[in-house]
Design a protein around this ligand. Sequence first.
Ligand SMILES: [Zn+2]
Length: 276
Amino acid sequence: MKECWCCGSSSTASSRLSPLPFLACSRCGFAFREDLEDAEVHAVYEGGEYERMRGEEYLRNLDARRRHARVRLAALAPFVRTGRLLDVGAAGGAFVSEAARSGFTAQGVEPTPAFAALARDHLGADVRTGTVEAAAFQDGSFDVVTLWHVLEHIPHPGGELARLRAALRPGGLIGIEVPNAGGVLALRQGTAWASLEPAVHVGQYTPAALRTLLERAGYVDVRVGTTTVWPYLTGLERLKPRELVHRARTSAWLRSPRVEHPTGHELLRAFARAPG
Ligand SMILES: [Zn+2]
């Protein structure tokens, strides 16, 4: 019996995601892979296939990534618009670059060396190679820390979140986005859900799981909600039949046409503060 990474309850093999080797927590709905060793997970990002595939793709889609970064900055804006920002899992640096452009003193950390080099060389972004643990930031170094589609890649994430809480100044903000494994699409599609990515998404978060994880890592004023992918799409992308059908279906399932929903949409976002 393994403890849930988010709430600490006991877990059992997930029947919903069977035959994939996920454990599921009956209390918070979190599903996770305990069968992968940390070293195996790190090896994915620190060399070889992942870098080769994703590096070229990153530059090809740089304009879209910059646009996505601006959507995330808009989501942060009600909480924070300026100050010292750390982006964790910064990849090729599009978010760090856009955050700097919008007025933050922005830096990033990225474990995949080729991505961090790309961020520095192509975007002029302040992204250092490595992990938060290795970087050993001084306590209280940042006003805001962000993890955009990063937490789902991290085994046993409580330690990382506690390190980041210490790196924040008292009252500093953490912003997180992950795929919502508790959303209607994930629940209806099961193992066919495109965002499941079971080889690399070792943690599958529900709104309740993410809230509990943040509270147990010592954060306060935790706000959790979900959004559709709609804000990330261009006008042209929104007109694609696939997207229109998807939006109509989701609205019907949730009985709401709104882009935001407390629990049901495809993207899960959380904002919380370090105590202070
Ligand atoms: Zn749990």
